[in-house]
Design a protein around this ligand. Structure first.
Ligand SMILES: CC(C)(COP(=O)(O)OP(=O)(O)OC[C@H]1O[C@@H](n2cnc3c(N)ncnc32)[C@H](O)[C@@H]1OP(=O)(O)O)[C@@H](O)C(=O)NCCC(=O)NCCS
Length: 165
C-alpha cells in the first residue's frame, strides 16, 4: 500500500509567490499545455493574489507542491456570469507529486470555499489539451457547459466546466 503524503492545503503567503510562479509556468508552458505567450500572466502571482484567494498544497517539508487561485467572483473569474458563481484558475501540481490526490484536494478546497461564501455554482475554463484536469473535474462532479466555451485569443479554444453546489 502506498501511503498518501502528508500534504496540507492552506492560504499562500508572500514567500510562496516565486515558487508558485515557477511551478505554474513549468507545468503549463513546460508541459506543453499553454503557449509561452501566457507565461508572464502565469508568473504574475502577486497580481492574482490581489484578485483571488491563493492556495497552496505544502508537503511535510514545507515545499509547495501544488497551487490554485480560488476566485470568489469578479472579472478575474473570466467565465463567471453572476454573483452566485465562483471559479478557480491556474491549478497546478508538481509533476513529481501528481497522481496522489493533491489536485483533487485543491479543487475540493475551492468547492468548500465557494459553498462557505454562499455560491451556487463553480464555473471554470480549461484548455483542450488538459485531459488529466478534465478527468479530475468529471470525477469531482463537474459537467461540461459548452454554451460558455470561449476563445480568449485566436487559436486558443477553452472548454467550460461547471459544478452545482
Ligand atoms: C490536473 C492536475 C492538477 C491534477 O493533479 P494531481 O495531483 O495529479 O491530481 P490527482 O492526484 O487528484 O488525480 C490524478 C490521477 O491520480 C489518480 N490518483 C489520485 N490519488 C491516487 C492514489 N492515492 N493512488 C493512485 N492514484 C491516485 C487519480 O485517479 C487520477 O487518475 P487519472 O489521471 O487516471 O484520472 C495536474 O495533472 C496538473 O498540474 N496538470 C497540468 C496543469 C493543468 O492542466 N491544470 C488545470 C488547468 S484548468
Amino acid at each position: 500500500m502506498v501511503a498518501l503524503p502528508a500534504v496540507v492545503i492552506e492560504a499562500a503567503g508572500r514567500r510562496d509567490h516565486d515558487r508558485i510562479a515557477q511551478l505554474t509556468v513549468d507545468v503549463y508552458v513546460g508541459g506543453g499545455l499553454a503557449s509561452s505567450g501566457y507565461a508572464a500572466e502565469l508568473a504574475d502571482v502577486a497580481g492574482r493574489a490581489r484578485q483571488a484567494e491563493l492556495l497552496v498544497a505544502r508537503d511535510a517539508t514545507g515545499r509547495v507542491v501544488g497551487s490554485v487561485a480560488f476566485v470568489p467572483g469578479g472579472a478575474f473569474g473570466e467565465v463567471l456570469e453572476s454573483a452566485d458563481e465562483a471559479g478557480f484558475r491556474m491549478l497546478a501540481v508538481d509533476p513529481d507529486a501528481q497522481g496522489q490526490g493533491i489536485g483533487a484536494a485543491l479543487v475540493q478546497e475551492c468547492l468548500r470555499r465557494a459553498s462557505a461564501a454562499g455560491k451556487r455554482r463553480v464555473v471554470i475554463s480549461t484548455g483542450t489539451r488538459m485531459t488529466a484536469a478534465h478527468r479530475l473535474y468529471e470525477r469531482l462532479g463537474f459537467t461540461r457547459l459548452p454554451e460558455r466555451d470561449w476563445t480568449p485569443v485566436p487559436g486558443i479554444d477553452l472548454l467550460v466546466y461547471a459544478r452545482d453546489l
